[in-house]
Every structure is written in structure tokens, then in C-alpha cells.
Ligand binder design. Structure first.
Ligand code: SOE
Length: 387
């Protein structure tokens, strides 16, 4: 174990709080890190509930006040796993207190706020990273390597779909993800942000977009109690203020065509985050519901042997996989968070750039916002290239 430590404050203890806690618990066991992350403090608004969470997950302490957590002298890194409307204030305060910042996606809701956050971390000279966890699936990181190596040639088509079905029942009650003031947008920012990030990671910058969004179920039973994605109904109804679905076309800077679809109303699709990328000499396809496999077709194969092959990306030679179990001992959702934590700790401890940084997060917000602009103007919208 390393002599150096990195003390973590985690803000938020619901769905993402659990995923991040699991990552902090496991990362130092599976990866040889230059610093050992220490689970110093967990923060959540309900003091009793967060104290219980701290005990269950192994946090040294808990607090109901995020300002208290981010200004503690013994904290090095602030990890933000709260709903999007809180990201800006917490990230800026953490940077001003000289802490490194790790933030859930989407970074925030508007380009203006994203720029503020980027300016704050740059001014403070701290490390910053956004948790686009799907970059850290070994099969996806392998796709990145293959595209960069020219294995599928020049990319022409990039197709991204992110489909879920947890809102298909009109009786599913309200929760914060259905309120614009808390979540910013619906499927567009929650799921589309992941697809946009994967597109930027794997293919290219997005230059122009044209899209549409729709709320198919405009009113739902009021919120009773909720936890993560599950909820019980309260009294009466409430208006839904975010989209159920968004679809857009994109022109990549290098000329490729992109199509993007995000919805929470696709019966049977649970976490169907999929891409297919067609190049001049091959195709790569991946879907989170079968996350260990990367499908690859190559025109370099002899004519009579051509066909899609399925690579099980769990070999020691595949990104991240060597840190885990033997080949074929499949990986899941939580590994993506641990893999992200491993990169983050390594880069902070070695004083290296963390990726995707807040600039990447801001560029993703710029694409989301450009889609909204295109809806308003009923035409193509240019994406601001944030520096
Ligand atoms: C809910 O739609 C959700 O948990 C998203 O918020 C996550 O970012 C996505 O990875 C899985 O689905």
C-alpha cells in the first residue's frame, strides 16, 4: 500500500453516492495506486440517514452540511454525487477551498454555469474530472484505442442510442429527475450527456446539431417517498417539467454524420446505452446491456471469412481489465466507477491532467444547449467550442 493518502469528501448518498462509495471502497484493493484514497466524510441533508450510510459504507464521518465537508482541512478531493442543480455551487466552493473536484454528469445545466465552474478550477489550480463512467468500460476504452489506431478507417457514421423504460408507466410518480429546476432536463441531459461524451471521446467534436424533445407524459402522481429511481405516490398530481425523450442529428467537425436518441419510454430497454460506428474499413458496436463485448467487423478480413466478431474485453491486455478478475469473469456497472476512481487518484497523485476534465464536461453541456437552441430556432445550431 502507498504511503501517500488522498482524503475524500463525498457529497450525496443516494444512487450515485452508493456507486461512488463502492468505488472508493474497492479501488485501492484492485489497483496499485500511487496514493491510498481515504473515505473521510460523507455529506447528505438528512443527518441521521447520512450517519447510518457512513457506518454501512465505511466513511469515517458524516455531516449534513456540504460547506463543512468541502472546507475541512483534512479533505483533498471533493466528489460531487448530488442532483445537477447543486453542482456549480459545490464545485466552485471546493475549488476555492483548494480541493480537487470530481463531479457527476452532466457538469451543470447551462454553458454559462459550466464556464464559471471551469474558470473556478483553473483559477484554483486544482485537478478536475467529470464522471462519464461509460468511458471506463474496458470494451469502450478498447473501441477508443482501435478507432485511434485506424482499425475502422475514416469514421463516417456514428449512431448513439440511450434507451430506458422506467418512466413508461404514467402512474410512476414524480421525483427530482422529472423537475427542470433540479435536473435541468430529462432524458436529454441525463442520458444524452453520456452519448455526447462517448461521441466526443470516440469520434470527434460535434460542430452543429438539429433536434427535438418531447414530454409524452405531462403530468404524474405527486411524489411520496423516493429512493434512486424508485418511488411511491403521494397525494394529487404534479406537472412534469423535463423531456421524456430527445432526438438529434449532428455534424461532426471532421465531417462524419451523427444520430442521437435518448428516451426513458422504450419498453424493455433497461440501460440500453449503445453505439455503432461505421468507418471506411470497418464497424465497431457496443451496448451496455452486454457491456463486456465489443463487436468488430473489418474489411481487412479475407472475403470468405468476413463477419462480425465479438471480442470479450476482459483479458489482461484490455484497458482496466487486468486489474480485476481472470478473463471471462465478467465486469459490471460498479467497475466503471472504480476504474474512473483509479484514473483520478493516479493522475492527482502524479500531478497529471485528469480526463474528461471540466472542459470536456462544459463542451458536453454546449452540445446539449445547442440542441435546445436548434429547437427554439427550428433549424441547425452551431455548438460553442469552449476553450
Ligand atoms: C438514470 O436514468 C441513470 O441512473 C442516469 O442518471 C445515469 O447517468 C445512467 O448511467 C444510468 O441511468
Amino acid at each position: 500500500m502507498s504511503a501517500k493518502t488522498l482524503n475524500v469528501a463525498l457529497i450525496g448518498y443516494k444512487f450515485m453516492g452508493k456507486a461512488h462509495s463502492q468505488a472508493w471502497r474497492t479501488v485501492g484493493r484492485f489497483f496499485d495506486l500511487p496514493a491510498e484514497p481515504v473515505m473521510k466524510v460523507i455529506c447528505g441533508r438528512d443527518a441521521a440517514a447520512v450517519a447510518e450510510f457512513a457506518q454501512r459504507w465505511g466513511w469515517e464521518s458524516s455531516t449534513p452540511d456540504w460547506r463543512d465537508a468541502v472546507t475541512r482541512k483534512d479533505v483533498d478531493l471533493v466528489d460531487i454525487s448530488t442532483p445537477g442543480y447543486t453542482h456549480r455551487d459545490i464545485a466552485v466552493a471546493a475549488a476555492e477551498a483548494g480541493k480537487h473536484v470530481f463531479c457527476e454528469k452532466p457538469l451543470t445545466f447551462t454553458v454559462a454555469e459550466a464556464k464559471e465552474m471551469l474558470a473556478a478550477v483553473r483559477k484554483a489550480g486544482v485537478k478536475h474530472m467529470v464522471n462519464f463512467n461509460y468511458r471506463r468500460v474496458p470494451a469502450v476504452a478498447l473501441a477508443k484505442k482501435m478507432i485511434a489506431a485506424g482499425d475502422i478507417g475514416e469514421v463516417r457514421h456514428a449512431r448513439f442510442t440511450y434507451l430506458q423504460d422506467w418512466l413508461v408507466d404514467p402512474q410512476f410518480p414524480m421525483n427530482w429527475r422529472l423537475r427542470a429546476d433540479a435536473a435541468g432536463s430529462g432524458a436529454h441531459g441525463d442520458l444524452g450527456a453520456h452519448s455526447i461524451d462517448l461521441a466526443r471521446f470516440l469520434v470527434d467534436e460535434i460542430d452543429q446539431v438539429v433536434g427535438m424533445k418531447k414530454t409524452f407524459i405531462t403530468e404524474r402522481p405527486a411524489e411520496g417517498t423516493s429512493s434512486g429511481l424508485t418511488a411511491t405516490a403521494g397525494e394529487g398530481t404534479e406537472k412534469v417539467t423535463v423531456d421524456d425523450a430527445s432526438v438529434f442529428l449532428a455534424k461532426f467537425a471532421g465531417g462524419a454524420f451523427g444520430t442521437f436518441e435518448a428516451t426513458r419510454l422504450a419498453p424493455g430497454r433497461k440501460n440500453f446505452n449503445r453505439f455503432e460506428i461505421n468507418g471506411s474499413k470497418g464497424t465497431l458496436a457496443w451496448c451496455f446491456e452486454d457491456l463486456n463485448y465489443l463487436d468488430y467487423y473489418s474489411t481487412d478480413d479475407p472475403d470468405d471469412r468476413r463477419g462480425f466478431r465479438r471480442i470479450i474485453a476482459t483479458e489482461g491486455v484490455h484497458p482496466y481489465a487486468g486489474a480485476w478478475w481472470p478473463p471471462g469473469h465478467m465486469m459490471g456497472y460498479d467497475h466503471t466507477f472504480s476504474n474512473a476512481a483509479a484514473d483520478l487518484v493516479t493522475n492527482i497523485a502524479s500531478d497529471k491532467h485528469c480526463s474528461p476534465c471540466f472542459k470536456a464536461g462544459a463542451r458536453c453541456v454546449a452540445v446539449l444547449e445547442a440542441v435546445d437552441n436548434s429547437i427554439k430556432s427550428n433549424g441547425w445550431a452551431k455548438v460553442e467550442m469552449i476553450e
